[in-house]
Design a protein around this ligand. Structure first.
Ligand SMILES: NC(=O)c1ccc[n+]([C@@H]2O[C@H](COP(=O)([O-])OP(=O)(O)OC[C@H]3O[C@@H](n4cnc5c(N)ncnc54)[C@H](OP(=O)(O)O)[C@@H]3O)[C@@H](O)[C@H]2O)c1
Length: 314
């Protein structure tokens, strides 16, 4: 068995943590770098950089060559339309698969998808994750593959949930969805250890795994507030109409000022969805992995920087 794992998205939040867990477990990590500057950053983190482009299948051959497994974690999380997400989240998956199939060693393949793929009609992002999974199941016929579908992932360097948790710590709860909504969460370290279990598992079936921290029935906003800070001074419930105006306005501003937005009408549709709860039974039975990090413990790690994640952002 080889010891090299090819990883995309190593410069991002989740991929960065996965890389550190892999290294700690003794794997040689080879990471996709989009630029010489990014290559230098990966090298500084002990990751062998391969400069290549997800959009260019031939350039990916060197990334996956002789690897035992490929963990495809790169993904576009910002954008407004399907066209914004398609090249990375759909074509990128196809290009990675083609690169793997070109090598006779046929590495195992993990796609980091999203629970959003369960509801492709909600947003262009959700659609792109669903289509990325469909491409994998259609094209990776000769590979041993698995799809991981995490819900919202939190941890150090995460820029989506961290502001909410930081406000909660200061005693201010900001509710961005319906009171009756239920959702799962997972700490990034738990997600990374599930992938390590997958790597060590003898012959993983080509299957899709939903994965969360095991909080039964999922969290309500009230649960998150209570667990994060039982002594809130203020709770702001943002009404759906205001969220929708915010999402639309941000799209208009992004056109005017030339940035790619995270908070969009699509993201609002995801926030207003009532059921983002998942179930660990299948992943636990198949891989023998169980979540170790409750929200309380995850927040303790978040605010004490007790994690494997090095600070490598600009
Ligand atoms: N965060 C969550 O709550 C969450 C939940 C479920 C699923 N996911 C999935 O997890 C994956 C990672 O998300 P994240 O939160 O870690 O996002 P992130 O911090 O924005 O990282 C995204 C990574 O993907 C890379 N990337 C994006 N477009 C690329 C392209 N065209 N070519 C090559 N690399 C590209 C980025 O590289 P650069 O640094 O060069 O931009 C970065 O390394 C995504 O697939 C996302 O859909 C995330």
């Amino acid at each position: 068995m080889g010891t090299t794992v090819a990883l995309t998205g190593a410069s991002g939040f989740i991929g960065g943590v996965i890389a550190q867990h892999l290294k700690k477990a003794g794997w040689h990590v080879r990471g996709l770098a989009r630029s010489p500057r990014q290559a230098q950053k990966l090298e500084n983190l002990g990751i062998e950089p391969v400069q290549c482009q997800l959009e260019n299948p031939a350039s990916l051959l060197a990334l996956v060559k002789d690897s035992f497994a490929v963990i495809h974690c790169a993904g576009a999380i910002r954008g407004i339309s399907r066209e914004d997400f398609y090249p990375t989240n759909v074509m990128g998956v196809s290009n990675m698969i083609q690169a793997c199939l070109a090598h006779s060693s046929l590495p195992r393949f993990v796609l980091l998808s999203s629970l959003a793929a369960r509801e492709p009609s909600l947003s262009p992002y959700a659609w792109s994750k669903y289509e990325g999974e469909a491409v994998l199941t259609r094209e990776a016929w000769a590979l041993k593959w698995s799809i991981f579908r995490p819900p919202a992932v939190y941890g150090p360097q995460d820029r989506a949930l961290l502001p909410l948790f930081t406000m909660l710590r200061k005693g201010i709860g900001i509710q961005l969805g319906p009171t009756q909504a239920k959702f799962s969460l997972i700490h990034v370290d738990d997600l990374a250890t599930a992938i390590l279990h997958w790597l060590k598992s003898g012959d993983p079936p080509s299957q899709t795994f939903e994965i969360d921290d095991g909080f039964p029935g999922g969290y309500s906003w009230e649960d998150v507030f209570r667990i994060s800070n039982p002594r809130l001074h203020l709770c702001l419930r943002i009404p759906p109409s205001l969220l929708k105006i915010g999402g639309k306005s941000n799209e208009i501003f992004s056109h005017l000022f030339g940035y790619t937005p995270l908070f969009t009408s699509g993201k609002v549709a995801e926030l207003l969805h009532l059921n983002w709860v998942c179930d660990n039974t299948h992943v636990t039975q198949t891989l023998g992995w169980t979540p170790q990090i409750s929200l309380k413990e995850g927040l303790r790690r978040l605010f004490t920087s007790d994690s494997l994640m090095p600070s490598h952002r600009d």
